[in-house]
Design a protein around this ligand. Structure first.
Ligand code: PEP
Ligand code: MN
Length: 352
């Protein structure tokens, strides 16, 4: 990782950097944070002469050959000062709540518009709506591109940024063109490195972000963080991590709830953590407890399946969605707990 002294290099300096690293068979990836631009080296960066030559350039502050498996996502990386912004809100400052349908029903757009308005009135910051769905059975509803038009209409009506899942390169292209703000990578694709790279490439240089769910098959936390590294390595650092429960499921819960890993993720990486309580427990009545636990563990927000009338929903909504009045209560309680968490962390920091 090459860290320049100034926030931005001149084109001549950048060219010189490419020439020097190119001599050693290394290619550079530019990562543009809002405070700084840094350069990741692809290839064997440990060559002593290379490091000496780079450090000899007057505009270079230092060269990090970070030994951790992830270089960009590490808290030690300068990207730690990067801020992810949507609608003027900085993710990680305050508690962000994303809410909306698991699945948009194209036969019933009004329900989604009602939910969108109700999410806004309840104090939600962003709207979620599934257009294409990864379903266990090929005979279940797979989604429909008409859902994308409905999602964008709801964005226009409410002014809320929108989050939706993508599963292939064509969907990535479509959602970016239509103005979806945050691309969700679901648990089934969180280890699909080809898709992660493709998303990274397509959002590079754009304001979009990614909500990366934890795969239910992921082992160590490094595997999760490295999946995010795949996206960020393509140039756009707007990536948020989303614990959503893993297998094996617990008796009574859809998955094994994992909001507690928030603390560990926060020790290792700068990426904001947005917990998904809905898929972790799989039942609307349990969802508020996981939201509160996520806030207590220091998460930066939650993504909650919410529906004005869950019984009329499709996909996961009949089982998992909470109603907007429950969402309003969740938001109020989580904001209180988030504040308590921050005060506690501040006291611990002062004492250490
Ligand atoms: C969803 O968000 O509706 C979804 C399918 O999520 P996951 O990938 O976590 O199962
Ligand atoms: Mn769902």
């Amino acid at each position: 990782m090459i860290i320049p002294k100034e926030a931005r290099l001149t084109p001549e300096q950048e060219q010189e950097l490419r020439d020097v690293t190119g001599e050693f068979g290394i290619t550079l990836q530019t990562i543009v944070g809002d405070h700084r631009t840094v350069f990741a080296m692809h290839g064997d960066e440990r060559h002593e002469l290379l490091i000496a030559r780079l450090e000899g350039l007057e505009y270079i502050q230092r060269v990090d050959t970070i030994q951790q498996p992830y270089k960009l996502m590490s808290k030690e990386n300068d990207l730690a000062s990067h801020k992810i912004r949507f609608n003027g809100n900085v993710i990680g400052e305050g508690f962000t709540v994303v809410a909306g349908h698991c699945t948009i029903d194209p036969k019933n757009p009004e329900l989604f518009y009602e939910t969108a308005q109700a999410v806004k009135e309840a104090g939600g910051d962003m709207l979620r709506g599934g257009v294409w769905k990864p379903r266990t059975s090929p005979h279940s509803y797979q989604g429909d591109a008409r859902g994308l038009e409905i999602l964008m209409e709801a964005k226009a009506r409410t002014g809320l940024p929108v989050v939706s899942e993508v599963m292939d390169a064509e969907q990535v292209k479509l959602v970016i063109e239509h103005g979806v703000d945050i691309l969700q990578v679901g648990t089934r694709n969180a280890l699909n490195y080809g898709l992660l790279k493709e998303i990274g490439r397509q959002i590079a240089g754009k304001p979009n972000g990614v909500l990366l769910k934890r795969s239910m098959h992921m082992g160590k936390l490094d595997e999760f963080i490295l999946a995010a590294e795949y996206i960020v390595a393509q140039g756009n650092p707007n990536v948020m991590l989303c614990p959503r429960g893993t297998i094996p499921a617990m008796d009574g819960y859809r998955n094994h709830p994992d909001e507690s890993i928030t603390v560990l993720l926060k020790e290792k990486t700068w990426a904001p953590v947005i917990v998904d309580p809905s898929h972790a427990v799989g039942k609307g009545i349990y969802v508020p407890y996981v939201c509160m636990a996520a806030a207590a563990y220091g998460s930066d927000g939650v993504i909650v399946e919410t529906h004005v009338n869950p019984r009329l929903g499709i996909g996961d909504d009949p089982k998992q969605a909470v109603t907007p009045d429950v969402l309003a209560r969740i938001i109020a309680d989580c904001k209180t707990i988030h504040r308590i968490h921050q005060e506690h962390s501040h006291r611990v920091a002062l004492a250490s």
